[in-house]
Design a protein around this ligand. Structure first.
Ligand SMILES: C[S@@+](CC[C@H](N)C(=O)[O-])C[C@H]1O[C@@H](n2cnc3c(N)ncnc32)[C@H](O)[C@@H]1O
Length: 236
């Protein structure tokens, strides 16, 4: 009975979120989110949210990824899918030969090109769901899949087979939960979709069954609300 009520509530919140983005593709959806500053209050014109700025979550991620990148025999070409305001990506540059930072929001990409102009960064407007991905050795997808519907995630994942290493960060509940409950692409994530600690994206679980030669948890940060940010490293 409780499970049934939770399911109904989840579907209701998903439906309400889908109304917000009705008729919009991912570009328009995320453009609106930035235009209306829905990732949070900030004086910045483009702000990707506290998860991209809070040093308590950003620094441990950056340190673990830098350690991994520096462990590779040569500085790699890194592809960042959904680079956002680039506060996080900018800190990884010292370990990269070239950093190709992609996002679906064209104005954000133009803004980043001016703000972070540097020979070792290439900013590109790419819809990771619809477009071909740039080529490189390492791909980073940090707190992006959590905003996408299962149908959109399923279109992204096969493209990751082209990389040697895949680094994925997701905001998920702590403890037992049913992974990958669906939601429309947009602002909300599966944990906050009306039911706190409800679900989260785990790509190795159904319906995705993402396969890799090796998977390890690179880094975990427990948040104040007992949720967690988990970064996995997949060797393809
Ligand atoms: C929460 S932000 C995370 C930004 C950055 N990865 C970080 O960790 O700071 C999610 C970003 O994913 C981008 N995004 C969402 N859907 C996308 C798509 N289909 N293709 C490319 N970028 C997308 C959004 O525009 C937004 O900038």
């Amino acid at each position: 009975m409780i499970k049934f009520a939770r399911e109904i509530k989840y579907r209701l919140f998903s439906y309400l979120e889908s109304l917000r983005y009705r008729g919009k593709d991912n570009r328009e959806t995320f453009q609106k989110i930035y235009q209306n500053r829905l990732w949070g209050d900030s004086a910045q014109q483009f702000y990707s949210g506290p998860g991209s700025h809070d040093v308590k979550v950003v620094d441990p991620f950056v340190n673990s990824v830098l350690t991994f990148l520096k462990s590779l025999p040569n500085a790699p070409i890194v592809i960042d899918l959904g680079c956002g305001d680039f506060n996080v990506g900018s800190k990884l540059l010292p370990a990269c030969q070239l950093y190709i930072a992609c996002d679906v929001v064209p104005e954000l990409i133009e803004h980043n090109k001016v703000k972070f102009a540097n020979n070792s960064i290439d900013f590109r407007c790419v819809d990771i769901v619809k477009d071909e991905l740039p080529k490189g050795e390492v791909v980073i997808i940090r707190q992006v899949l959590q905003h996408l519907s299962n149908a959109d995630i399923a279109l992204v994942l096969p493209k990751l087979a082209a990389f040697k290493y895949v680094i994925i960060t997701e905001h998920i509940p702590v403890g037992n939960f049913v992974p990958n409950l669906d939601k429309p692409s947009g602002l909300g994530i599966r944990m906050h979709n009306g039911l706190k600690k409800d679900s989260g994206v785990v790509i190795t679980e159904p319906p995705f069954h993402f396969k890799a030669a090796n998977v390890q948890t690179l880094q975990t940060t427990i948040c104040e609300d007992q949720s967690q940010l988990v970064t996995w490293l997949f060797k393809i």
